[in-house]
Design a protein around this ligand. Structure first.
Ligand SMILES: *Cc1c(COP(=O)(O)O)cnc(C)c1O
Length: 432
């Protein structure tokens, strides 16, 4: 589901007119749909109803306190990758006891914080890390619950920067040596072996790699249950979403009316294929979706500042740049662009580059893209920007971070105010 649609010629998020939001709060502006986030959480939760399961939302996809609070109230757990994310979850009313802590480089301070908060499990990515966690836990007189992250060497068939389950990636412990790693972890005095974890990559558009990975790792989970009494198996996140859409032609479902017939990986299909493989394990199954939960729930609103017609290309220069949304530059990410005023029927498209004001050639939101005509001062929506959007925004070029809005029906809540210049330089000082 996604809640961005035209109503009487004006692009809305749920019941809110986006032009009015852009006028009131300025651009660039992130806007999220609460209904979409809740719908996605509940659909996944229902699809997994046949399993003892816990959805640990991957906080890094969108860590605004309001988003975390929304999911905490639904009973979600959280997959965190830093001490900062753990503190956000706690501040947002989330339960540390439902948190798993992933990442290859946890520091002593982060491990202490997580142990004291009583997280559900550290998902450890190397034996050196397990020894470190053991030592810190010993100093605090605590036992550290851990899972090891196994790298199943499965090709997720996604962009190389977001593929994590192959032997050449830095993540996890090789499948070929994972049993020895568990045996050594079991000898450490302050370690409690609680589970097994894997995560093969992000933005997977087919369920096949998930099935392949579960078929490969499931028997290992069974063995570890018998040997160490593990209680959970986390199958990670990575559920892909649809970025290419024909919203402008009036489609209300992401994949309706697509000429190539491509369908997103639906949650129903994902569950139908995985639940029967997971059920016989008799373990608690953890899921760590990030993008699926929030990606289609968000849009970045930006305004056309100038048009520039070069000899080779036409540029629409907008007020959002790669510092606001880096996915196009970093992963060749595609985001659909929709004008806030619905184009009249029959109006032709124009092939343009939509670029930001940042002093980098990589600063573009779309290249060689056919979009309906938009002129100076017109606002446009960059769709499916709810995941890995604001969280990757930076102050590069001394550009203040955009504001964020959470829409609930016909109400729009400011969940982060736009940064001011004073915010931007807070903490800096001139010596002497
Ligand atoms: C990033 C990440 C996720 C979430 O990935 P999505 O593609 O956003 O679902 C889940 N688990 C781990 C360990 C991650 O690093």
């Amino acid at each position: 589901m996604h809640s961005f649609h035209y109503d009487k010629g004006a692009l809305h998020c749920e019941g809110v007119d986006l032009q009015a939001l852009a006028d009131q709060h300025g651009t660039p502006l992130y806007v999220y749909s609460q209904a979409t986030i809740l719908d996605h959480f509940r659909r996944l939760d229902q699809a997994m109803a046949g399993l003892d399961h816990l959805i640990c939302y991957a906080t890094k996809a969108n860590s605004n306190l309001a988003v975390l609070n929304l999911l905490a109230r639904e009973g979600a757990g959280f997959d965190i990758v830093s001490g900062g994310e753990l503190q956000r979850v706690i501040r947002a009313g989330g339960d540390a006891g439902k948190c798993t802590f992933a990442g290859v480089g946890k520091t002593r301070a982060e491990i202490e914080l997580a142990l004291k908060a009583g997280i559900y499990s550290f998902n450890a990515e190397s034996e050196a890390e397990v020894r470190h966690i053991d030592a810190v836990a010993g100093e605090l007189g605590l036992k550290a619950p851990i899972a090891l992250r196994v790298n199943p060497n499965v090709d997720a068939k996604t962009h190389k920067y977001i593929s994590t389950g192959k032997s050449e990636n830095k993540f996890g412990i090789d499948f070929s040596i994972i049993r020895e790693a568990y045996a050594r972890a079991a000898e450490l005095p302050n370690i409690h072996i609680r589970g097994l974890q894997m995560h093969i990559g992000s933005q997977l558009t087919s369920s096949n790699p998930f099935v392949e990975a579960v078929e490969k790792v499931g028997p290992l989970a069974d063995e570890l249950k018998a040997a160490y009494g593990i209680e959970f198996f986390s199958i990670g996140g990575g559920i892909g979403i649809v970025y290419q859409d024909s919203l402008a032609s009036g489609c209300h479902t992401w994949w309706e009316g697509r000429e190539d017939g491509a369908k997103p990986l639906t949650i129903e299909e994902y569950a139908q294929r995985l639940v029967p493989l997971l059920q016989p394990l008799g373990l608690r199954i953890l899921l760590e979706p990030g993008r699926y939960m929030v990606g289609n729930a968000g849009a970045l609103l930006t305004r056309v500042l100038f048009e520039k017609r070069g000899s080779a290309k036409t540029f629409k220069i907008v007020d959002a740049g790669m510092n606001d949304l880096i996915r196009p530059a970093l992963y060749q990410g595609h985001h659909e662009i929709a004008p806030l005023r619905e184009p009249a029927p029959g109006v032709g498209a124009e092939k343009v580059d939509v670029v930001g004001p940042v002093c980098e050639s990589g600063d573009f939101l779309a290249q060689d893209r056919e979009i309906p005509p938009v002129g100076e001062g017109d606002a446009i929506a960059v769709l499916s920007a709810g995941a890995y959007g604001f969280v990757m925004a930076s102050n590069y070029n001394s550009r203040p971070l955009p504001a964020e809005i959470l829409v609930d029906g016909d109400k729009a809540h400011v969940i982060r105010r736009r940064q001011s210049f004073e915010d931007l330089i807070a903490g800096e000082s001139i010596p002497g």
